[in-house]
Design a protein around this ligand. Structure first.
Ligand code: SF4
Length: 221
């Protein structure tokens, strides 16, 4: 069984455009799992923290296939808290389906998931998230993800001071993206120019938040 985030009394599975990361703009089915091992102050999916809706992997696979979409994005919450049912789900879906996982990078994936996932989007949390570093940073997990060529690191940043914390992690710079800290379209527009400057200063990629530009803070889109 998968514990799926509850949105408007239904499990949160929806069809949209990938709004973040290197595949931004690509149509995908989104599966949002319930539960997270962190509690970020500015989390835009706090509704996923509590109990979700338990669904059989077979029903979830059928629901995903109904969209006839080439991409699946598994997000949360923290999806790697449910690795065994995720393995089962993916075994029921075609190998040709492109699967991305959005994770906070605190948990090491199983070998079976590592083999199946086409792209990892890791978003390690910095001090301004309000989490204790001993909770939000797992050096073993980050080193593991850094060793995978298809893992990208997206950092929510608030100020230039964040760069020191990012650089100290020693991640591959060509796979780092900086994202403005924002949960609304207006906040994104206000925060973006400083992040653009940071990207130019440090030679790293901008990670925009297309879903906010398109749909503001509406959920389930
Ligand atoms: S890790 Fe992600 S889902 Fe969990 S609290 Fe932080 S922003 Fe929210």
């Amino acid at each position: 069984m998968l514990n799926i985030a509850r949105l408007n009394s239904a499990p949160e599975i929806f069809y949209s455009l990938q709004g973040e990361g290197t595949r931004c703009g690509i149509p995908a089915v989104f599966l949002r799992l319930a539960g997270c091992n962190l509690a970020c102050k500015w989390c835009d999916t706090k509704h996923s923290w509590g109990n979700g809706i338990l669904c059989s992997t077979r029903d979830v696979a059928a629901h995903i296939e109904d969209y006839h979409c080439a991409s699946l994005v598994i997000t949360g919450g923290e999806p790697l808290m449910q690795q065994a049912p995720l393995e089962k789900l993916l075994s029921l879906l075609p190998d040709s389906l492109h699967v991305e996982v959005e994770t906070n990078g605190t948990l090491v994936p199983t070998p079976a998931l590592t083999r199946r996932i086409n792209q990892w989007n890791i978003s390690p949390k910095l001090l301004h998230s309000g989490n204790l570093p001993q909770k939000s940073h797992n050096p073993e997990a980050l080193a593991f993800f850094a060793s995978l060529p298809h893992a990208w690191f997206k950092f929510v940043v608030q100020s230039e001071q964040d760069w020191e914390s990012i650089a100290a992690l020693g991640l591959p710079q060509e796979r780092i993206l900086l994202m403005p800290c924002a949960t609304t379209r207006a906040a994104l527009e206000a925060a973006r120019p400083a992040v653009v400057d940071m990207c130019l200063r440090h030679g790293v990629r901008l990670g925009d938040r297309l879903h906010l530009t398109l749909w503001d803070d509406k959920k389930g889109v």
